[in-house]
Design a protein around this ligand. Structure first.
Ligand code: CAA
Length: 385
């Protein structure tokens, strides 16, 4: 049977960040609540020129080249920060990147689960069309509002994944365990540009869905969880994944527990610095694991837990392929994160408030550090450059 999975991954986050020490001081909180209790050091601050489409184009342009451009005939854009109630972000992206027009291009929404839904659909498509490739995007801006409990868990960015047969980085298991239920833990009513969240409830449901789907996977497919070298999680804030990991640890030997905890630390290095990407968070964590783990090798199996509030959970297995080491060597993700500019709290608040876009036509100054920008609305049509 042909192996299908992630052939390339591209990551983008804008070039500004807020330090959680600065936020804690301004909000009169103990910094350790943010740094340890929440598990976040910094968060990317997203200028209005970087909407979900622009960030996706900046991420995907890193993995599209002349060898794959014309083979991509499926473009799936997972986002909950959509730019239009009708037209999909995938069509804007297709145009910006000059992708094949003989393609299916559409957007998927189920909170932070969208990219996993796209990945699984793409896997099924490539299985029956092994000479083709699919582009799957997770791109979002996590906005909760100034001085809210969720403020410390904001962030943003995009992940772009090229899905192919005989993938370079990671193959994806044929089987997968999933669970969905009507849960009001996080939602964003139409016309709201900040999310509403019942944070503690969300945390409880996330842990329940993790335990259910990992056990379902092991029971239904007779899979020994001791084969896992690491488990990666959707990480809205990194303590959330750690708390879920602690739920399953007692089922393992002490040696295995230590191994999983060590790999978890590698898997949250980037997420601690960038904050929440919603749809992209799980795959940023996978990138972080690949780039930062000192132990993983080709053939190792990684458990992957995806969660989207509302709620949908899914657990599947990825097997690392030889090419994951090339990705590790490139060092480009760390560079992108380290080269951001620090904003003080006043500057961050100004950028945040600029995110409340006016109605009608307007112009936005492009961010010179980004290759693709949203530059405003003209004749009631979004403009990109
Ligand atoms: N030193 C160390 N730790 C400290 C501390 C200190 N000085 N002070 C507090 N802490 C710890 C607390 O003990 C607590 O730890 P535990 O969780 O282990 O108990 C932690 O810091 C947080 O403290 P609180 O629970 O008191 O914090 P809070 O009431 O302000 O809420 C939060 C925290 C619930 C995470 C809140 O920030 C929030 O609602 N964030 C948004 C929630 C979120 O992102 N949910 C994800 C949904 S999934 C998703 O991504 C959405 C999707 O699908 C689209």
């Amino acid at each position: 049977m042909t192996e299908v999975g992630i052939d390339k991954i591209g990551f983008f986050t804008p070039n500004f960040y807020l330090d959680m020490n600065d936020l804690a001081e301004d909000r009169n909180e103990d910094p350790n609540k943010y740094l340890i209790g929440i598990g976040q050091n910094k968060q990317s601050v997203i200028p209005s020129s970087q909407d979900a489409v622009a960030m996706a184009a900046n991420a995907a342009s890193k993995i599209i080249d002349e060898t794959n451009r014309n083979k991509i005939d499926l473009i799936i854009f997972g986002t909950e920060s959509g730019v239009d109630n009708s037209k999909s972000a995938a069509i804007y992206l297709q145009n910006l990147l000059n992708l094949n027009k003989n393609a299916r291009a559409f957007e998927i929404k189920q909170a932070c689960y969208g990219a996993t839904a796209g990945l699984q659909m793409a896997k099924e498509y490539i299985k029956s069309h092994p000479d083709k490739k699919a582009l799957v995007i997770g791109s979002d801006i996590a906005r909760y509002g100034l001085k809210t409990a969720g403020e410390v868990t904001q962030g943003g960015g995009a992940i772009a994944m090229l899905i192919s047969s005989n993938p370079n980085i990671m193959s994806i298991s044929d089987d997968s365990a999933f669970h969905s239920e009507d849960i009001m833990d996080f939602w964003r009513p139409l016309k709201n540009n900040v999310a509403l969240v019942d944070g503690h409830y969300s945390n409880d449901i996330y842990e329940q869905f993790f335990m259910k789907t990992i056990h379902d996977y092991s029971d239904k497919f007779n899979y020994d969880l001791n084969n896992l070298k690491a488990i990666t999680f959707h990480l809205p804030y990194t303590k959330m994944g750690l708390k879920a990991l602690h739920k399953i640890l007692p089922e393992f030997s002490q040696t295995k527990q230590n191994e999983l905890l060590t790999e978890f630390e590698s898997s949250r290095v980037y997420n601690k610095e960038v904050g929440n990407l919603y749809t992209g968070s799980l795959y940023l964590s996978l990138l972080s694991l690949i780039d930062n783990s000192k132990n993983l090798k080709p053939g190792d199996q990684v458990g992957i837990f995806s969660y989207g509030s509302g709620a949908q959970g899914e657990f599947y297995i990825g097997t690392l392929k030889d090419g994951f080491k090339d990705l590790k060597r490139s060092n480009s993700n760390l560079k992108l994160i380290e080269e951001r500019t620090r904003l003080n709290v006043d500057e961050y608040e100004k950028v945040f408030l600029d995110g409340d876009l006016p109605d009608g036509n307007f112009e936005i100054t492009p961010n010179k550090k980004a290759r693709f920008n949203f530059i405003g609305v003209k004749d009631l049509k979004r403009q990109y450059k």
